[in-house]
Ligand binder design. Structure first.
Ligand code: SF4
Length: 100
């Protein structure tokens, strides 16, 4: 019996395609609470990257996003442009880069 899941904010997250590991997380996950902050373009992405800093899903989220070129916005502390660079073999530069 799951009962303890905190699904506050899950509905807009689901609508935007946020993955199950975020939706079902027992702990608060910032992108579930405020998904609009992550689906931004341009300079605003730097602010969104900082929101991922310290997230317990950082590594799995980054891997999730690297496997999905169709995603836009910030995932796993990386922007879409950073993920494209990583797929081409470039260095990690997002908030998770130090842990890589
Ligand atoms: S790393 Fe960022 S986008 Fe991924 S689950 Fe955590 S807060 Fe959300």
């Amino acid at each position: 019996m799951s009962g303890g899941h905190n699904l506050a904010g899950a509905r807009p997250a689901l609508a935007l395609g946020i993955p199950d590991f975020v939706v079902e997380a027992r702990e608060p996950v910032q992108c579930r609470v405020d998904p609009d902050a992550y689906f931004v373009e341009g300079l605003r992405q730097s602010d969104a990257e900082a929101l991922c800093d310290g997230c317990s899903f950082l590594d799995v989220c980054e891997a999730f996003a690297l496997d999905r070129p169709e995603l836009f916005g910030v995932w796993g502390g990386t922007t879409r442009r950073e993920r494209e660079r990583r797929r081409r073999g470039g260095p990690a530069v997002g908030v998770g880069a130090a842990a890589s």
